[in-house]
Design a protein around this ligand. Structure first.
Ligand code: ITT
Length: 199
């Protein structure tokens, strides 16, 4: 029997990325699937803290084993900004266009373009809490390029490629991305656990 686990996200792009990465080994339920329509708070000043806050919310109120991710884009020339505040860089409202426009503006004329995406996943199974991290190094380009992906993908070019994440198909992004790497570690952990329902 496949393990059923909830992914606590309101971001449909993240859900489809994680389902594609994990393949058919898990039954990954969305918040919608469990009838959760809450505006889950993210008030920590760390990625790990926010990931745990989201997973804990679902575990405590809905009882499901659960994982959540929090992701940030760290730009060296901006002292790590937008970082943990990536979703609301241009102010409240999760508007990716505005966030990207502000980032491009703040990077105008800057020669050090280096940046990285970092994903922290928090997993809660029963009383057990674990974290998985994934990072991808790259650079910020000076104008958006590509139509795929979401968020800051059109301005992020990973070192492994001459393309932005938004110019790659989902499989190519997932193979090298922050979320791909963190999810691979999560899947590896769950697949090798003794007494798992996975196999
Ligand atoms: P949940 O909290 O509901 O999971 P969210 O969209 O708020 O969804 P985050 O707080 O983790 O997710 O996202 C922080 C910001 O980083 C947000 O603006 C995203 O669009 C962006 N982001 C996250 N993952 C990304 C990726 O793989 N590529 C580009 N941008 C990404």
């Amino acid at each position: 029997m496949k393990k059923r686990i909830v992914f606590a996200t309101n971001n449909a792009h993240k859900l489809s990325e994680i389902r594609a990465i994990a393949g058919d080994r898990f039954d990954i339920l969305s918040l919608d699937d469990i009838g959760c329509h809450d505006d889950i708070p993210e008030t920590s000043d760390t990625l790990r803290g926010n990931a745990l806050q989201k997973a804990r919310w679902v575990k405590d109120r809905y009882g499901y084993d659960c994982f959540a991710d929090d992701t940030g884009l760290m730009v060296d020339a901006l002292d790590g900004a937008p970082g943990v505040y990536s979703a609301r860089y241009a102010g409240p409202g999760h508007d990716s266009e505005a966030n990207m426009a502000l980032l491009i503006e703040n990077m105008r004329g800057v020669t050090d373009r280096s940046a990285r995406f970092v994903t922290e996943i928090a997993l809660i199974e029963g009383d057990d809490v674990r974290f998985f991290t994934g990072t991808v190094e790259g650079e910020i380009i000076d104008s958006p390029c590509g139509e795929c992906g979401f968020g800051y993908d059109p301005v992020f070019k990973p070192v492994e490629s001459g393309l932005t994440f938004a110019q790659m198909d989902a499989r190519s992004k997932n193979a090298i991305s922050h979320r791909g790497r963190a999810t691979a570690a999560l899947v590896d952990y769950l697949s090798h656990k003794p007494n798992t329902q996975l196999r």
